[in-house]
Design a protein around this ligand. Structure first.
Ligand SMILES: [Fe+2]
Length: 243
């Protein structure tokens, strides 16, 4: 079973971000993923039009897809474009949950904070605790901001706060959480969170340079995606850069 993850499309009414999205989706097409998850920052300008353009492209894949907002998204416009798909209530976080085949569930966690670039998991933990105690299939959690420190200069200011509380809910859950994955820093990353694998998806939009320990490569990366392959209760995440 293949769950493809896209992140940080940053559609803005111009052709550039959509061309990059088309390139990534062209690569993905023959893989026929069982589901696509989009971990936030779908649009940063011209939101209504941009969501329509992103939605049309995702629908054309014919794969079921699920989205959560990021810090540059417009909640109202996202709800207008995608709300009927995900059964989002009128006044609440834009969380989603879905079964992918019989073996896996995906849970999208809206950790965004209105008007801020950082996230906060605490307001959605009560909802998550219920969703993680269903006696159901193993779960892949996706969200926008990273709940772990990534070490890239300046990027940990805008982390997902409430990481300790989030880890506690995951660790106390009845349903097994196989991994947590996010976006937001525009770079692929692999680490651990709550004792589990944690990944960050490369961006569709322009990547951030990998600034570590004051060093800076000065060269940016192409757009990319993650493919989460789940088989025999084992998750392997593949990173793909599409040039
Ligand atoms: Fe972001």
């Amino acid at each position: 079973m293949i769950v493809a993850q896209l992140s940080d499309i940053h559609a803005d009414g111009s052709d550039g971000p959509l061309d990059r999205l088309d390139k990534v989706l062209r690569w993905l097409k023959p893989m026929q993923p069982d589901a696509i998850i989009v971990s936030g920052d779908l649009a940063e300008l011209e939101h209504r039009r941009s969501y329509g353009e992103v939605r049309d492209r995702l629908e054309a894949t014919q794969a079921p897809f699920y989205v959560v907002p990021g810090n540059v998204d417009d909640h109202h416009e996202m709800r207008m474009t995608f709300g009927s798909r995900f059964d989002w209530p009128d006044e609440d976080h834009l969380n989603c949950t879905a079964r992918v085949g019989s073996e896996l569930r995906v849970i999208g966690l809206d950790v965004t904070v209105a008007g801020a670039h950082h996230g906060d998991a605490v307001p959605v933990l009560e909802w998550l605790a219920v969703e993680l105690n269903t006696g159901g299939a193993p779960v892949l959690i996706f969200q926008h901001q990273h709940p772990f420190l990534c070490g890239i200069g300046g990027k940990d200011r805008n982390i997902c706060r409430g990481g300790e509380e989030l880890a506690q809910v995951i660790n106390e859950a009845r349903d097994p959480v196989v991994a947590l994955t996010c976006g937001h820093v525009h770079r692929p990353m692999f680490t651990r969170f709550a004792g589990r694998p944690a990944t960050m998806c490369p961006s569709v939009a322009r990547a951030n340079r990998l600034r570590l320990d004051g060093k800076d490569p000065e060269i940016s990366d192409p757009p990319g995606l993650l493919l989460h392959h789940f088989q025999d209760d084992r998750l392997v995440s593949h990173v793909v850069m599409v040039d």
